[in-house]
Ligand binder design. Sequence first.
Ligand code: THU
Length: 137
Amino acid sequence: MDVDWESLRREARSAAAQAYAPYSGLQVGAAGMTDRGDVVSGCNVENASYGLTLCAECGLVSALHATGGRRLGAVSVVALDGEPLAPCGRCRQLLHEAGGDGLLVDGGEGREPIRLGALLPGAFEPEDIRERGRGSA
Ligand code: THU
């Protein structure tokens, strides 16, 4: 997959500028490229009830489905300074469902992207339900 990381990072940075993060002060943006080459993005949205906070990746995955639900091939998650931010554990799982082990995660300028499989080894995935969930025995 041919990814223009600089432009994806720029999209993520401009999503971060739209974040609603009055409590932590950490504005985060995520931008992803689908297998068709479309770009979708999201930003974090905090809440006075802190635990309800939505990470930037949640917005991105929602936008992915709202625009056709393609597979995600590459993603950049950055803070307002434009530098990559480690996706939290929950968001690694969300991203996994959207792009699998092979999803490429931005490593930052001059650094190689990282496969999501390396960030979330042995992920729980749809096959685990298909093979062992109701009706499979
Ligand atoms: N945050 C994200 O948006 N994505 C992550 O993967 C890590 C954390 C946000 C959530 C919260 O608004 C702020 O960063 C501080 O935790």
